[in-house]
Design a binder for this molecule. Structure first.
Ligand code: SF4
Length: 386
């Protein structure tokens, strides 16, 4: 029997808590062909497999040079040329926006939902909570559409210039799983928005679009329809640029006309710039979201690490990305709380904690920004309290 080793490179490098859908489809396809398929947890002894399939979503995920025939990748544009004979690779982590599609018969195969079974069992046996692995255990996973027309400069989804139907829900639906999540790039632009929702609703299972939905495309009809479905978790949209402020306010007003459920918006930071203007624009977007009773979720573009306000970006993310903090405390209260905790628990009480010091330093240099935003409270500004 031929042997296939599957490597989810992000998993081995601790970069993900989601199963890799491509790995699951490849696994199912080869199992059906009679191969012995194994999820590998290291890069050891790859020579004993007839084929090793490595998938990588993130470019920062490390893979060893031992997968290349001369011990290194010479042609980074076409890394497949340099691979050892029994190795194949795929995913945006290797090819960024030029990742080749899976062959049709693999792309449209029912995923192998058992691929991670032994791996998860080992984690559970060690006492890790089941909830940490809910994505592996409880969800059917797929793309109902692919593609996006926007081509945002920071996004890997540039391969297509429109949204098209990818898979019927039945193609990836596992009836034993209680929920569904979807990796679509821009479902809101789907020409078959209602038809696909009909399919999802017919399953009777709650579902969620994980990548966020494009609120700029919201209409009365879409807001009404989306608000009526059995949606799982928060509705997630994005508010990437302050220039979209008026449009986002208009669309959130429309959304709140129909839906008062928990709504979160990704807030991209450190992308347009990494200075005090970007910090101010981030606070301004947070303020707008507070008014609509929405939760900001701070996304930090890699460049933030090179900013002299790096710590400010980190504190903003820590404050916003935990609903319990942002809902209950202003930024100042959050930082003061951190300092109180530091004073009570640290041996080094002569120094401020980094969170409080970051706030003080920023306030000293930019008192106007601090005055305008540091004391805003979600509870006070929220005009849509239930
Ligand atoms: S709208 Fe979303 S999916 Fe489309 S290019 Fe922009 S970030 Fe990517």
């Amino acid at each position: 029997m031929k042997r296939l080793g599957i490597i989810d490179a992000d998993l081995i490098d601790n970069g993900t808590r989601h199963p890799n859908l491509a790995c699951m489809k490849i696994s199912a396809y080869y199992k059906e062909k009679g191969w012995d398929v194994e999820l590998l947890e290291s890069y050891d002894n790859l020579d004993k497999y007839d084929l090793v399939s490595i998938s990588r979503v993130f470019s920062f995920t490390k893979v060893p040079n031992s997968i290349y025939k001369d011990g290194r990748c010479v042609d980074v544009e076409h890394p497949e040329i340099d691979l050892k004979k029994n190795i194949q690779i795929g995913g945006t982590g290797f090819y960024y926006d030029k990742a080749p599609d899976l062959p049709y018969e693999i792309e449209h195969h029912m995923p192998d939902y058992d691929l991670y079974k032994d791996y998860i069992q080992k984690k559970l046996d060690k006492g890790e909570p089941r909830s940490r692995y809910a994505d592996y255990l409880d969800f059917s996973i797929g793309f109902v559409t692919r593609g996006c027309f926007r081509k945002c400069s920071f996004c890997v989804n540039k391969k297509y210039d429109h949204v098209f139907k990818a898979s019927p829900v039945s193609e990836f639906l596992d009836l034993k799983r209680s929920k569904i999540y979807l990796w679509d790039d821009n479902f809101m632009a789907s020409p078959d928005f209602n038809g696909i929702l009909d399919e999802l609703v017919a399953t009777g299972k709650p579902f969620q679009f994980r990548q966020g939905l494009d609120i700029r495309l919201m209409t009365e009809a879409k807001a009404k329809r989306l608000s009526e479905v059995k949606y799982y978790g928060d509705y997630i949209f994005a508010f990437d640029h302050i220039e979209d402020k008026d449009l986002i306010i208009k669309k959130l007003t429309l959304w709140r006309k129909y839906c008062n459920k928990s709504t979160k918006l990704y807030v991209l930071t450190g992308y347009d710039s990494q200075d005090e203007i970007d910090i101010k624009n981030t606070f301004e977007r947070i303020k707008i979201l507070m008014k609509f009773g929405c939760l900001p979720y701070i996304m930090r573009y890699e460049e933030y690490k090179n900013s002299r306000f790096k710590s400010m970006y980190i504190q903003l993310a820590r404050w916003c990305n935990q609903p319990n903090f942002i809902k209950k405390q202003s930024f100042r209260q959050y930082c003061e709380d951190n300092e109180r905790y530091h004073k009570a628990h640290s041996k080094n009480i002569n120094k401020y904690c980094s969170c409080y010091r970051t706030m003080l330093d920023f306030e000293k240099e930019f008192p106007e920004i601090a005055k305008e935003y540091f004391d805003l409270r979600w509870e006070d500004l929220n005009e849509y309290r239930r």
